[in-house]
Design a protein around this ligand. Sequence first.
Ligand SMILES: C[S@@+](CC[C@H](N)C(=O)[O-])C[C@H]1O[C@@H](n2cnc3c(N)ncnc32)[C@H](O)[C@@H]1O
Length: 251
Amino acid sequence: MGLFKRVNLAFSRRVHWRLPIALTEPLFPEYERLIWQYTSGLENGVIVDVGAGYLLPDSLKCERSPDVTLIGMDILPSSLEKNTDIDAAVIADACKPWPFEDNAIDVVFSRSVMEHLYDNDTFVSEMHRTLKPGGICVHVLPGKHAPFSLLNRLLPNEVTKKLVEWAFPERKGELGFLAYYHHCSYPALKRLFEAKGFSIEYKRLRYYQSAYYVAFFPIYFLSALYDWAIWKTGIERLASQILIVATKPGQ
Ligand SMILES: C[S@@+](CC[C@H](N)C(=O)[O-])C[C@H]1O[C@@H](n2cnc3c(N)ncnc32)[C@H](O)[C@@H]1O
């Protein structure tokens, strides 16, 4: 790592550790905990990780009942081939009719996927059709009004990819997928899920997105000030990350 980057990272970390934990705390651990909560008690049934890629949530990498089928669904066969923890791989576009019967699935979840879907109307409709009554879904995704999301839409995808690969070489291939952010703010998602027949069970919003800029301290510092101010105002549509749990009523 070059000296320039090391110095910037060191300054950014000093600011990071001084920020309130309630602002910086990531949502992924809670996402993992929720997945565990909704799947660990299942004795039989079907669980679908949409946009599974090659990584399953850690909370699912444990022994489960032999009558539970864990399906990874993704548009990219190359990612699913590397996903060794799933019971079955389904190659499908989540924005087109899903290859499952009505009322067939117990739990659907997705991590960092909904922002990449070009039609979240169809995605949520299909999830509602295929979930059993009483079925549950859990999603975590970035908010469309966060500065990094605006930047992501503004810059050509190849430039974004290069920038994130420079800042986070260890995450090469994981970041930089084309993103649409269709309905990706909490108020828009709530309207969408409720219009399709879901009840929102739980939500948590995060306002800290400065971690994207740690490799360039001046931007990181300004961004951290912005995140702190937006967090204090609590404007839901400006949240930079959303965790949402919804149920299909009927049980
Ligand atoms: C950022 S990756 C997240 C992968 C995984 N969920 C994780 O947390 O590591 C986004 C995934 O969504 C998949 N994806 C993008 N558009 C899709 C679509 N229309 N239908 C299904 N999967 C899609 C991509 O192939 C990719 O695997």
